[in-house]
Design a protein around this ligand. Structure first.
Ligand SMILES: NC(=O)c1ccc[n+]([C@@H]2O[C@H](COP(=O)([O-])OP(=O)(O)OC[C@H]3O[C@@H](n4cnc5c(N)ncnc54)[C@H](OP(=O)(O)O)[C@@H]3O)[C@@H](O)[C@H]2O)c1
Length: 346
């Protein structure tokens, strides 16, 4: 396994992070336990979850993934072996503390205390804001519509709230997710100016079919030591090549939950781009999933690639990607495909 520092902290996190969002929906607790045992054994010491999970999110399964992780900690007593990241949900669904102003003090207090209880722990290593409270372009949305609205908690107040939880020992570090360059720079500036704790990571999508991070965020990420934790590095499974023949294998994410995911993956050039990446992997005798993950891992702005797996076979393949080498010819061909099909899955 490879390791990198999380932001400018002393925490050494594995460059493969164990994603968890299918546990409690597509995967059972037993399967989650098996994944955690195996991943930790392989040196994957960094795990990502969220109060919102399992996904697709539903009121009935809200918090279930954290419960599964908490049960594993209780059973194995290995809480101290893991650098655990979770997230407070932004405004969206009424069952999440009523929707609006999720990052205000009262709601955040409730969110943290509930997460700690579900996770069977008294501290969280990295506490992330799952998505911005304000109206902005997250989750691949284009066509920015500016809305001047006061209906979001001021960044200063959010940082002040987070500081209280750090001071109380409930969280160690803080991070962003689904943020824009403006949001990242604003948070960092305020932390410097007013001596608040600083954001140490940004969790956004990044994969061969979505390299938009390179445009506006890569620079700030490196200059300011706020590394990327990339989610959906296999574009929900597309970059395993499993959807190549227009069929959805039984039990796969797109077969089960297409209606939920189509906003992200129903794009005209995704299949064409995946086809080209599959051809490159075949030409160089690489496993397409491993080639896709390794491409993410070697980016200079990358701290850790958050993998998702629903079977042990997938998990093993994905973790093994750290040992794959991509030579210059592979990278050259990958970059060529990007010019033909730039970010088909933003
Ligand atoms: N911050 C956010 O807003 C956000 C959003 C999304 C995800 N995340 C985090 O990132 C993690 C990973 O995201 P993701 O699940 O979307 O990642 P992904 O790597 O793009 O997709 C993972 C899915 O692809 C399929 N797959 C994985 N490895 C495979 C392999 N070797 N061969 C064939 N199929 C394979 C599996 O689905 P099937 O078996 O069903 O086909 C698996 O669930 C999540 O668990 C979560 O922790 C965060």
């Amino acid at each position: 396994m490879n390791y990198k520092k999380l932001g400018n902290t002393d925490l050494e996190v594995s460059t493969i992070c164990l994603g968890t969002m299918t546990w409690g929906e597509q995967n059972t607790q037993e399967e989650g336990f098996e994944q955690m045992d195996y991943a930790l054994d392989q040196g994957v010491n960094f795990w990502d979850t969220a109060e919102l999970y399992a996904v697709p999110p539903r009121a009935e399964t809200y918090g279930h993934t954290e419960i599964i992780i908490g049960n594993w900690f209780k059973k194995t007593k290995k809480r101290d072996k893991v650098i655990l990241a979770t997230k407070v949900a932004g405004p969206m669904r009424a069952y999440l503390r009523g929707g609006a102003n999720s990052y205000g003090l009262e709601k955040m207090t409730e969110a943290i205390n509930d997460s700690l209880k579900r996770l069977n722990t008294d501290y969280i290593d990295l506490y992330q804001l799952h998505w911005p409270e304000r109206h902005t372009n997250s989750f691949g949305r284009l066509g920015y519509e500016h809305k001047e609205s006061d209906d979001w908690t001021k960044f200063e107040d959010v940082l002040g709230n987070l500081k209280r939880f750090i001071d109380a020992g409930k969280i160690r570090e803080i991070g962003l997710s689904n943020e824009t360059p403006w949001g990242v720079s604003k948070y960092l500036e305020l932390s410097k100016e007013k001596n608040f704790p600083r954001m140490m990571s940004i969790q956004n999508p990044y994969s061969l079919v979505n390299r938009t991070f390179e445009i506006g965020l890569a620079e700030i990420s490196i200059r300011e030591e706020i590394g990327l934790l990339s989610y959906s590095p296999l574009a929900g499974g597309y970059l395993s090549g499993k959807y190549r023949n227009e069929t959805y294998p039984k039990g796969s994410r797109m077969e089960r939950d297409w209606n939920f995911w189509k906003y992200r993956y129903n794009t005209p050039n995704l299949k064409n781009a995946v086809e080209e990446y599959c051809k490159i992997s075949e030409k160089f005798n690489l496993n397409i999933s491993q080639m896709s993950l390794k491409f993410c891992e070697i980016q200079p702005f990358m701290t850790s690639v958050i993998i998702g797996a629903t079977t042990m076979e997938q998990l093993k393949t994905n973790i093994e990607s750290v040992n794959v080498k991509l030579n210059d010819d592979v990278i050259k061909e990958i970059n060529k495909v990007q010019t033909f099909y730039p970010n088909p899955c933003p």
